[in-house]
Design a protein around this ligand. Structure first.
Ligand SMILES: [Zn+2]
Ligand SMILES: [Zn+2]
Length: 241
């Protein structure tokens, strides 16, 4: 039995790059044979390789990329959607997140583009919780975020600074203190969260101590649960009510 291999569905980061291209050129989208579409195709292939995906010869080729661009028309109020191919649920989500905020779309697309072109090491796999609740910014920026907040050197410096300033190592949102609860076993345990919005992450940036907050594992999970991560102010509002 012959097997037809289909290219995998588009991911958030890919859709963000394509949607940014769409708005940059709309209403006159360059045609399939244009150098612009070829360039977008090659960026998408680099991004996929960066994420460790298998990239077949026709992966995100200009034909497929052009079709995706046409799908956006069905979501764009500037067009009468009649007769246009329908967009996917993820296309719709990205369109809804960014369609009326082109500045943020530009920023996210630029961060993804820079990340795709970079060779800074990033985490190879997603966390299990990311698979259920993938943020709308897409895998590449999330992995960059994870990698930065697990940099042991800077984490240890942050812990030291917090201990010096407060005399303990308690969650900055809910106050949970591992050592107080678990004794010796909990000593020095706390997680760090990187507060810089993922769309502002660029390859090679140095993490500053002020970019990090210390959070207990529960609070940290809650920040990352859901498509839109909580800011520390939002988290505190939830926790303290
Ligand atoms: Zn907490
Ligand atoms: Zn985090």
């Amino acid at each position: 039995m012959s097997e037809i291999k289909r290219n995998p569905p588009w991911d958030y980061d890919e859709i963000i790059l394509a949607l940014d291209f769409y708005f940059e050129h709309s209403p006159s989208i360059p045609d399939k044979q244009s150098s612009e579409v070829a360039e977008l195709s090659s960026t998408l292939r680099k991004l996929a390789k960066r994420l460790g995906n298998a990239v077949s010869g026709d992966y995100r080729n200009p034909n497929g990329v052009y079709m995706k661009l046409m799908n956006f028309k069905s979501l764009d109020p500037a067009y009468d959607g009649a007769g246009l191919a329908s967009a996917s649920a993820k296309d719709r989500e990205v369109f809804e997140a960014y369609g009326d905020d082109l500045k943020s779309l530009r920023e996210a697309a630029a961060a993804i583009y820079d990340g795709a072109m970079s060779d800074e090491p990033i985490a190879v796999t997603d966390e299990p919780d990311d698979l259920d609740h993938e943020a709308v910014e897409g895998k590449l920026l999330i992995r960059t975020h994870r990698t930065r907040e697990r940099n042991v050197g800077i984490i240890n410096k942050k812990k030291e600074a917090v201990r010096k300033a407060t005399g303990k190592l308690a969650c900055e949102a809910c106050g949970f203190d591992y050592e107080e609860k678990y004794g010796e076993r909990g000593r020095s345990f706390i997680e760090c969260h990187h507060t810089v919005p993922v769309s502002q992450l660029r390859p090679g940036q140095k993490t500053k101590l002020s970019d990090l907050v210390v959070l207990c594992a529960n609070c940290h999970r809650m920040v990352h649960r859901g498509k839109h991560w909580l800011s520390i102010d939002e988290l505190q509002e939830v926790v303290l009510g």
